[in-house]
Design a protein around this ligand. Structure first.
Ligand SMILES: [Cu+2]
Length: 159
């Protein structure tokens, strides 16, 4: 029923296949890294801070697929974002769901550690999170992880 996180294996497999195809053409790039850095962002057309967060992610080296939709509610349901953790944009990267204004460094840590969770979320839109800057002020906020069993846990703290 809910969104099932893909294990990393299919990603690695497709990377290996892509590497085979590429090397047979005489191009030896590192496709695994490129795939892990590709994110899909779902956002509403009127969300300005979503665009600023996308710029933050691009500056950190992620490649962004920008998906504009009028029905963010449906996207959040589809990807299993708990209602109490909902923010503005919803992002998918390497089988994980990223909800809201999460710093790129936390996403890089998630991709490195590969915890058994659906994803991570910053509920609401705290001032001072990436894309929500207002001078130097940072409203303290927590990045939560959430899993299939409905558990949430603190993943990172920012202030
Ligand atoms: Cu926002």
């Amino acid at each position: 029923m809910g969104f099932q996180r893909q294990k990393s294996k299919p990603v690695v497999m497709s990377g290996a296949i892509a590497a085979l195809v590429l090397s047979s053409c005489g191009i030896a790039k590192a496709p695994d890294i490129a795939f892990a850095n590709e994110i899909t962002v779902f956002r509403s057309p009127t969300c300005g801070c979503c665009g600023l967060w996308i710029e933050h992610m691009e500056a950190a080296g992620f490649r962004v697929k920008d998906e504009v939709t009028e029905d963010m509610e449906a996207i959040k349901q589809q990807y299993g974002v708990p209602a109490h953790l909902a923010a503005c944009h919803t992002t998918v990267v390497a089988g994980y769901v990223i909800e809201g204004h999460i710093p790129a460094a936390d996403i890089q840590r998630l991709l490195t550690e590969q915890p058994d969770v659906i994803g991570i979320a910053v509920p609401g839109m705290p001032i001072g999170s990436p894309g929500m800057e207002s001078g130097d002020y940072v409203e303290p906020y927590t990045v939560f992880s959430f899993d299939e069993a409905g558990n949430t846990d603190a993943f990172a703290e920012h202030s």
